[in-house]
Design a protein around this ligand. Structure first.
Ligand SMILES: Cc1ncc(COP(=O)(O)O)c(C=O)c1O
Length: 422
């Protein structure tokens, strides 16, 4: 039975059963149980078309770039096509897309370059809601360049940035503003466009971590208005590759550390060494997979098909989230964190089960075919602010292949734990 619940006005998108058929991993079983993957925020499963695109590249087109023989030219063409695909994914131009090992490595690279222009006392705004990947590079600059970190505080009651606090942090010394578009722990979606606008009015460089946002909302770098935005393909059904959007002028202005023969033009200057060609091809295939969910009859421009897919998946995600939140919330001793359903958030829920460390919960659920992640998810400041550093939280994220039945199995599993089952 289909569990599609897109509502009356939501656009048509592939039925969840059709989507699930693309993912070989979903046939995995844990004893008598099919496996339900709730670890999307840590890394989604991969559809067959993505793995096939990577295999096809490796078996038939594998080469280094910019040489005179055909497979090298094919590689150049595939990498150029991948920049186009990721540009459509982020609402950018292909000339503003670069690839790297992962978001963390790309951001370290960009941050180091930004840091070369900082003076002691210059201020960098970071947030308590962010993954440490968007904090550590700025902490390094604070140590190395004498920059001052200013923290945008988390309101632990709402799971959002403290209202009005951002404007108070901005000063004539603000040189960099590093924001997360969505929290990988609480699911909170932040109004980064509004903050970027204020930051730019102060002349600050703006950097947005969209790793947890991009799988759930169609990212629009122009609407956000930032200088740099980063995401990771393995969070949106692709392989382990990082992607950075760099506004052309902002990238050109960077003082990037560079090996002498490496390209010094935008966007390749953001890349170091030989790239993960097969991974980049796979990242583009993931974008096409998502665009394809708009339906085989839909032949419009890729960005528009992506918009239709995201709108429908968002509606479905809201329905899954509401069920998960209500189901977990009804269990005695379970606390869900983050903003409630129906507000600006992703379908990712972190929760605590009184009397059980998060790892215990995850270990209890795994043999029941329910795979959840646990700990602090590198959102270390949130964990500290919520007072859950020791036991951590359990995290369940809904992806495009998640069903209402899987949500129910997760809730029943947590109930069984609380009722003392073994
Ligand atoms: C919100 C967020 N930012 C950054 C990262 C780091 O991404 P990567 O693993 O590509 O370095 C993650 C990874 O989980 C994340 O969830």
């Amino acid at each position: 039975m289909s569990t599609l619940t897109t509502g009356m006005s939501a656009p048509a998108v592939a039925d969840v059963d059709v989507i699930r058929a693309h993912f070989p991993a979903l046939t995995r079983r844990e004893g008598a149980h099919p496996v339900a993957y709730f670890d999307g925020p840590g890394g989604t499963q991969v559809p067959r078309v993505v793995a096939e695109a990577m295999t096809d590249y490796l078996l038939h087109h594998n080469a280094n770039t910019h040489w005179a023989y055909p497979t090298s030219a094919e590689t150049d063409a595939l990498l150029a096509a991948a920049r186009e695909a990721l540009a459509d994914f982020l609402g950018a131009d292909a000339g503003e897309i670069a690839f790297g090992a992962n978001m963390t490595t790309l951001l370290f690279h960009v941050a180091r370059a930004i840091g070369r222009g900082l003076e002691p006392g210059d201020e960098i705004i970071v947030t308590e809601l962010d993954h440490h990947a968007n904090v550590a590079p700025w902490q390094a600059l604070a140590r190395e360049r004498g920059a001052v970190l200013r923290w945008l505080p988390l309101d632990v009651h709402t799971g959002r940035h403290e209202a009005g606090a951002f404007a108070r942090l901005l000063s004539p010394r603000t040189k960099v503003v590093a924001l997360g578009a969505a929290s990988n722990m609480l699911g909170t979606v932040s109004d980064v466009a509004a903050m970027v606008q204020q930051a730019r009015a102060h002349g600050a460089i703006t950097v947005v971590d969209a790793v947890h946002y991009a799988p759930h909302h169609l990212t629009d770098v122009r609407a956000i208005g930032c200088d740099f935005l980063l995401c990771s393909a393995y969070k949106f059904y692709g392989p382990h590759v990082g992607v950075v959007y760099g506004r052309a002028e902002a990238t050109a202005a960077l003082d990037l550390p560079r090996l002498e023969p490496a390209p010094d033009w935008v966007p390749e200057c953001l890349e170091t060494g030989t790239q993960n060609h097969e991974g980049i091809v796979g990242a583009a295939a993931a974008v096409d997979f998502l665009a394809g969910l708009a339906g085989p009859a839909d032949t419009g421009p890729r960005r528009e098909r992506l918009a239709r897919t995201f709108a429908a998946l968002h509606a479905r995600g809201e329905s899954l989230l509401a069920r998960l939140w209500t189901g977990l919330g009804a269990i005695e001793g379970v606390t869900c964190y983050g903003p409630p359903p129906g507000t600006a958030r992703t379908p990712t829920v972190s929760f605590r089960v009184e009397g059980h460390a998060s790892e215990q919960v995850a270990r209890f659920l795994a043999p029941r075919g329910v795979y959840v992640s646990h700990g602090d998810f590198y959102a270390t400041t949130i964990a500290r602010r919520l007072g859950v550093v020791e036991e951590g939280l359990v995290r369940a994220g809904c992806s495009c292949y998640t069903t209402h039945d899987e949500v129910d199995r997760l809730v029943v599993g947590v109930q069984a734990l609380v009722q003392g089952a073994h």
